[in-house]
Design a protein around this ligand. Structure first.
Ligand code: PMV
Length: 342
């Protein structure tokens, strides 16, 4: 075959127990657990043509336009991890990628984009080597991790655990494992309404953020808390205790931002409207007993998490009380990815 094409769609994910701090070649300093989203995703197509140079060449377009920054990132990844990509020799790759979410929404896209790329690369490997076995998702997670840590978790539906933790014997720092089979049905119905407080690029990249943890005075304490929260959350995910889920999720989100605020140099990633929304969510929960809670990524946007049973009430709360604090009234409605909505 002198020419063929492969494609993949891979979603974004939102961590409940956060990964913040790494060592070695993209190894996490603590385990993390995330929900896999379904509507925020990257779609990647690769047209593969054989060349006779014995080398590979790539050309990358993001949403139809050249993106030297992303092209360089991919080239660097392929060079640094060339021992896994020998099958690319003698191939020209024309890569086209696009996101389902608006470019200027402040949503981090590296988990979705890097895992989508890896899924395409593995399909190329299968085609070149005429291998008919299904894709090895553990390998997909491993290679995604090398591209962008949190991308390791995006290859599985529902929820994933990345990082070794005592109660899950298959867990590893090298790749994520799926949690779908242990998760209580209520968590499979979760919504994530992403309240876009700001659409600006993050003021600190996650690469810089992770490195700040190397000299952070609270680092060891943080890793210990995250390890404990991972074990607690695993129990909660099995027994469906939403009250405890809320405690862990909100504490983890605030701790991530406290770590940033107390690093050297310090970073303040929340905006006044982030705090306004957090207060309103807590007040809404207290008054209505609807178990909606928030989490945050390394930025000002608020992820509002709630079970499907409360969808109508939460949606009207968002419309009446929260949208006014969002940039251009922007909110992205996402839901946890199940096999049925893949
Ligand atoms: O995958 P990275 O290196 O972009 O780091 C992601 C870090 C957080 O999004 C803040 C937390 C997480 O676990 O996803």
């Amino acid at each position: 075959m002198n020419e063929f094409s492969v494609s993949a769609i891979s979603p974004s994910n939102i961590a409940i127990v956060k990964y913040w701090g790494k060592h070695g070649n993209q190894l996490p300093n603590n385990p993390s657990i995330s929900f896999t989203l379904s509507r925020c995703h990257t779609e990647t197509h690769v047209k593969v043509t054989k060349n006779d140079t014995g080398n590979y060449a790539l050309h990358f377009l993001f949403e139809g336009k050249e993106s030297p920054k992303f092209q360089e990132k991919i080239e660097k990844y392929l060079v640094e991890n060339q021992q896994y990509f020998g099958f690319l020799k003698g191939l020209d790759l024309n890569i086209e990628s696009s996101n389902s979410f608006p470019h200027s929404s402040g949503i981090a896209s590296s988990a979705a984009s890097m895992s989508a790329l890896v899924l395409c690369l593995l399909q190329i490997e299968k085609t070149v080597n005429q291998n008919v076995t299904p894709l090895d998702m553990r390998k997909a997670s491993f290679l995604s991790r090398l591209a962008s840590g949190s991308a390791a978790r995006s290859v599985y539906p529902v929820m994933a655990l990345w990082g070794a933790t005592p109660s899950v014997s298959s867990s590893s720092d090298e790749y994520a494992v799926p949690l779908e089979d242990i998760v209580h049905p209520v968590f499979k119905t979760y919504h994530d309404s992403i309240l876009i407080v700001s659409n600006k690029e993050k003021s600190v990249s996650s690469r810089v953020g992770h490195s700040l943890m190397n000299s952070h005075p609270l680092a060891e304490q943080r890793y210990q808390t995250a390890r404990e929260n991972t074990e607690k959350l695993l129990k909660v995910l099995k027994n469906g205790d939403i009250t405890e889920f809320i405690e862990i999720a909100e504490a983890e989100a605030l701790q991530l931002h406290e770590l940033m605020a107390t690093s050297n140099p310090p970073y303040k990633l929340m905006e006044p409207n982030t705090l306004k929304i957090i207060d309103l969510v807590r007040e809404f929960r207290r008054e209505t007993k609807v178990p909606a809670c928030f989490t945050l990524d390394a930025g000002p946007n608020v992820h509002l998490l709630y079970p499907d049973a409360d969808d109508a009430r939460v949606k009207s709360f968002i419309k009446d009380n929260l949208l006014q604090y969002c940039h251009d009234n922007q909110c992205i409605d996402d839901v946890v990815q199940n096999k049925t909505n893949l």
